[in-house]
Each structure stands twice: as structure tokens, then as C-alpha cells.
Write a protein that binds this ligand. Structure first.
Ligand code: N01
Length: 552
């Protein structure tokens, strides 16, 4: 490790996921001295930690990629519409190699604390390994879904078999052959893992607390010529992504028609609203456009009546996929709307329950998990379920967990955990009043998890880098969100989320923090979309960083 004298930087960045990587690259380009501190042994963040079977992205691969380097865009070839975790990790490693990022990164170092020194006007970041780094600015690139949630079941350490968490999956291959594998959780991770584990294991026992609305990924290999067309279209793709709601445009290359081809009948578009259709027309649209159409009707996301119609059609379609009517009924989500939780995208999830080696345990019938035993788990009704391996697919303490697990101290000795006791408060999801010179990438109050996160990461990194360059250019050394601007932003974030399915009274989701016992129920991301959000951030910067106090 570098000597103490060398450990003074312009910027210390916490996290070597895609946000930390691009932040480092961008700051280097501005001649700033930056260092990245990372708990893992290499780059990748989410894609480093989540190596469970079946893990893949739900954003098309050409869109889930960096746009900051035209050369990088032109040299990288994706192989599938939606890339699997190994391919994304390969891409991330390629980026790290190509831009020689690792030389300014420290691995296997978990940041335990960060504190602002008001006199020296710098941050000191310390790690569990005992290292310490000082820098004028601190950028938290700690990710939104990086603090695994492992429920504390009584007796958990008594279990004699292997135990895994999808969000902390080992690098070594896990051997499921012949084993009875229990998977707790039916969110995106469980839904992706269960069908793949079922192909290898003796038996899979899916332990479900809440059934999910999950939609087919319709993934496939990219056809020949796809990447060439995408490469030629990248400039347009990026422009459209930045001007969209979510940063995802579902790009499809326009191929030249073969010579002499007769134009076919134009494909009908699905209806915009579900309410305008008769019951028979609704079924016809599902036949024509697939199950996914249900989440595409605009009124499903705004009108409870339309939503209930979609939910009922969803349950009907599910019954056609799952052979055992009792299992289909257990898998059917009820009592909360489509669009409340993060959409789950799957490959053959329901079909897995038609396999003889997949069994569903519905905790709504058995009561919650009461304890883990040496050989399995016991539910509230006294039933004992035996297995050899336990997989927690129980998600994350989202958006605030990674920040709150560090002891962050701002001005006047104020702790972040105290400030956020009743829920996160930020200005633009970029800064926190009372914590000068600290930035959060994709923090609560920004579109983050409601968007293609790479689009949001690039926008935040560019904004922060421009801001630091502005401060330098004006001989300013301190920037801090003003209390009032922060309060106004928090109110705005809440206001725009009102009336959406995300905040419906029957909705419980990690967006609202409801998956973590005791976490305040606050809707954390910003729903107005990446385009609107970018405009607001740009206007604020153009207005001399309105709402931020700047000091020399
Ligand atoms: O986590 P989750 P995840 N007893 O919180 C259950 C991204 N992601 O890792 O719904 C029993 O969604 C819990 O039950 P309930 C994506 O943004 C993306 O699956 O709280 N069960 C739920 O079923 C995603 O939304 C991909 O009642 C318990 C499950 O565990 C986010 O990460 C792939 C329990 C947790 O589901 C999180 O997904 C993977 C308990 N005590 C992840 N506690 C892509 O496709 C929790 N559960 C790109």
C-alpha cells in the first residue's frame, strides 16, 4: 500500500462498481488525483457480488453499457439481447483494463467510516483494514442494491448444510447435484435462480412469502449483423436513452429490406389502455403480444380499476402455464397492484413448477419461518422442511443500507444515521445537507433504480465532475446542499410519486423500505424520469449551483 504521505487525494471514491470506475476515469481526465476503495477483490460491484445461477440483466445489453467512450462502444460485442452476469463482468473487466483503472484502486478494503474535518475542509475515510485516506471531496459510489438483507431467523447458525446469499455468491462453482436446495425469496433473484438450480439439483424447495408479477424476458442470442447495426446507431441510441423516461428504449436495429421484398401488412400496435378493450379483445391482445402487454397499458399504472383487470388477466394466464391448479393458485399474486414492485423479468419461472423436482412452500399458508434447524427449517404451523442447502434470495437493504452501514459524520459531528432516522433526505440524490463535499451517485431522491442505472450513473458522474471543475475554476473549496433546497426536493420527490402504483396503500416494496423490519416507509427514488431529472440538474448547475452553498 502507498505511504501515509501519498494517501492524500483530491477525491476519494467509495466503491469500484460501474459508478466508481467511471468517476475515477472522468476525474483523471480532469487532472484530479482520485483513489477508489473497494470491499471486493476486484471491480464490478453488483456484477462482482451477484454470481448466482441465472443472474442476468433485464436491460438490453447494448443499452446497458457505457457511452463515454466511442472506441469502447465500437470494440465491444455483446452476444445476447440481455446479457448474463459472466458477460457483464467480462465487459466491466475489459473497461478496467482498457482504461488502466486498477492502478488507482485499493481492493479488499471495506470503508467503515468517513468524517468531514471542518477546519481542514477535507474528508477522512477509514477502512476495516485500518487504512485511512484524506481527500477534499468524497464520492459515495456504493450502489443502490449492495447491502444484502439476510433475515435473522432463530437458529440460523445451527444449519449443517451449505448456506449462500444470492447477493454474496462465491466465485467458486457451487455443486447442486443430487441436493435438496431450499431457496427463500421470490423476488428477481429467486425467480432467476430457481429454474436454473432446478436443472441441476435433486430437488428445489421454493419458499415464498409474497408471489410476484413476473414477465418473460424473451431473451435470445443476437443475430448476425445486429452488433454492426447497433454500433452504427450508437449515437442515436444514446441520445434517445437520455431523452427517455427510464433510459431504456428497447433498441431494435432497422435492417435494410432484401431486394425485391414485398412490404408485409404493418403490425398492429397494442392498445394504449386496457379499459378501452372488451374482455375478448384483452385476451386477444395477450395472444397477439404476449403476457408482457399487461404492464404496457398506461392506465394499468394510474387507474386502480384498470390495474385490477390486468391483475386478474395475469392470474388467468398464469393458470394456463402451471399444470397443478393448487400450485398456480399459490403462485398467483393477489392484494397488491402490478407496478408496485420492481418488475421481475424471468426465463421459464412458472414452467419450473411443472418439473417433478420443484416444490413450492407458501408461507401465507404455513405461517412465517419460525426457526432454522440443523437439517432444515420450521414454519409457524409446526411443519419441518428438510433440505441440504439453503439459498437466501432475500434481497437488499436498498438505497440507504450501504451508506448507513458506514459511520458517516458531517458538519458539527452530525451522523448520517441520525439525520436519516426518519428516512433519507437529499438534494437531487446528489448531496446531503450537513455533509459538505460529499456526493452520492444514484442516491435516494434520484431516478436511480427506476432507470437504466448506467444512464443515471453517467449523468451523475458528469454532473459531479463538472461541479468540481466549476469549484476549481472559481477558487471555491466547499459545496453543501442547503437545508431548504433539500426539504423542497424531498417534498417534490414525494409529490410526484403520489397517485402511482408505487405508493398504493396495498403496496409493500423495497422502494418503500418495507422489506426491512423497522425501516421508515418512504418512497426513495424519483419517478419523473431521467430526462426531466437531467434537465433539472442542468438548470441548477447553469444557475450557479442553485440550492448549494459554495464557499472558498
Ligand atoms: O430481492 P427482493 P431480490 N421470510 O427484495 C423474500 C435487482 N435485481 O434480490 O416480497 C421469507 O425483490 C421477499 O418476500 P416479500 C432488482 O432491482 C435485478 O430478488 O418481502 N421471505 C422476496 O420474495 C430487484 O428488484 C435482477 O414478502 C423473505 C424476496 O425475499 C432487486 O435487485 C436480478 C423474508 C426478496 O426479494 C432485489 O431483488 C436480481 C423473510 N424473512 C436482482 N425476507 C435483474 O433481473 C425477504 N423475503 C436485473
Amino acid at each position: 500500500m502507498a505511504s501515509q504521505e501519498q494517501q492524500k487525494y483530491d477525491v476519494v471514491i467509495v466503491g469500484a462498481g460501474m459508478a466508481g470506475m467511471y468517476m475515477l476515469h472522468k476525474l483523471r481526465g480532469q487532472g484530479m488525483r482520485a483513489i477508489v476503495i473497494e470491499a471486493g477483490s476486484d471491480v464490478g460491484g453488483t456484477w462482482y457480488w451477484n454470481r448466482y445461477p441465472g443472474c442476468r440483466c433485464d436491460v438490453p445489453s447494448v443499452e446497458y453499457s457505457f457511452s463515454f467512450s466511442k472506441e469502447l462502444e465500437q470494440e465491444w460485442n455483446w452476444t445476447e439481447i440481455m446479457a448474463a452476469q459472466p458477460e457483464i463482468l467480462e465487459y466491466v473487466n475489459h473497461v478496467a483494463d482498457r482504461f488502466d483503472l486498477r492502478r488507482d484502486m485499493v481492493f479488499n478494503s471495506r470503508v467503515s467510516a468517513a468524517s468531514f474535518d471542518e477546519d481542514a475542509k477535507h474528508w477522512t475515510v477509514t477502512t476495516e483494514q485500518g487504512e485511512s485516506y484524506t481527500a477534499d471531496f468524497c464520492v459515495m459510489a456504493t450502489g443502490c442494491l449492495s447491502m444484502p438483507n439476510k433475515p435473522e431467523f432463530p437458529g440460523a447458525d445451527r444449519f449443517k448444510g451449505e448456506v449462500y446469499h444470492t447477493g454474496m455468491w462465491p466465485k467458486e462453482a457451487v455443486d447442486f447435484a443430487g441436493k435438496r436446495v431450499a431457496v427463500i425469496g421470490s423476488g428477481s433473484s429467486g425467480v432467476q435462480a430457481i429454474p436454473v438450480i432446478a436443472e441441476q439439483a435433486g430437488e428445489v424447495i421454493a419458499i415464498q412469502r409474497s408471489p410476484v408479477y413476473t414477465f418473460p424476458a424473451n431473451n435470445r442470442k443476437l443475430e448476425d449483423g445486429y452488433m454492426d447495426l447497433a454500433k452504427a446507431d450508437y449515437a442515436t441510441i444514446r441520445e434517445q436513452q437520455r431523452n427517455s423516461q427510464t433510459g431504456i428504449i428497447y433498441y431494435s436495429p432497422r435492417r435494410p429490406k432484401p431486394e425485391g421484398a414485398v412490404p408485409g401488412k404493418p403490425k398492429r400496435r397494442p392498445s394504449k389502455t386496457i379499459l378501452e378493450l372488451t374482455p375478448e379483445q384483452r385476451k386477444q391482445e395477450i395472444r397477439d403480444f404476449g403476457f408482457n402487454v399487461l404492464s404496457q397499458y398506461v392506465d394499468v399504472h394510474t387507474d386502480p380499476e384498470a390495474n385490477e383487470i390486468a391483475c386478474e388477466l395475469y392470474r388467468e394466464t398464469l393458470r394456463e402455464l402451471v399444470k397443478d391448479p393448487a400450485v398456480a393458485d399459490q403462485l398467483a399474486p393477489k392484494n397488491y397492484p402490478i407496478g408496485c414492485k420492481r418488475p421481475v423479468i424471468d426465463t421459464d419461472y412458472y414452467l419450473a413448477f411443472n418439473r417433478p423436482n420443484v416444490r413450492l412452500v407458501d408461507l401465507r399458508e404455513t405461517g412465517p419461518i419460525e426457526e432454522i434447524t440443523e437439517t432444515g427449517l420450521r414454519t409457524q404451523n409446526g411443519a419441518h422442511i428438510e433440505f441440504d442447502m439453503l439459498v437466501y434470495a432475500t434481497g437488499f437493504d436498498a438505497m440507504t443500507g450501504a451508506l448507513k452501514r458506514m459511520d458517516i459524520t458531517g458538519r458539527g459531528g452530525r451522523k448520517l444515521v441520525e439525520k436519516w432516522e426518519d428516512g433519507p433526505r437529499t438534494y437531487l440524490g446528489l448531496q446531503i445537507s450537513g455533509f459538505p463535499n460529499m456526493f452520492t451517485i444514484t442516491g435516494p431522491g434520484s431516478p436511480s433504480v427506476l432507470s437504466n442505472v448506467i444512464v443515471s450513473i453517467e449523468q451523475h458522474v458528469d454532473w459531479i465532475a463538472d461541479c468540481l471543475s466549476y469549484l476549481r475554476g472559481h477558487d471555491l473549496h466547499v459545496i453543501e446542499a442547503e437545508e431548504q433546497a433539500e426539504s423542497d426536493w424531498v417534498a417534490h420527490v414525494n409529490e410526484v410519486a403520489k397517485g402511482t402504483m408505487f405508493t398504493a396503500p396495498t403496496c409493500n416494496s423495497w422502494y418503500l423500505g418495507s422489506n426491512i423490519p423497522g425501516k421508515p416507509r418512504i418512497f426513495m427514488p424519483y419517478v419523473a424520469g431521467v430526462h426531466t431529472y437531467r434537465q433539472k440538474c442542468d438548470e441548477i448547475a447553469a444557475d450557479g449551483y442553485r440550492g448549494f452553498a459554495l464557499a472558498g
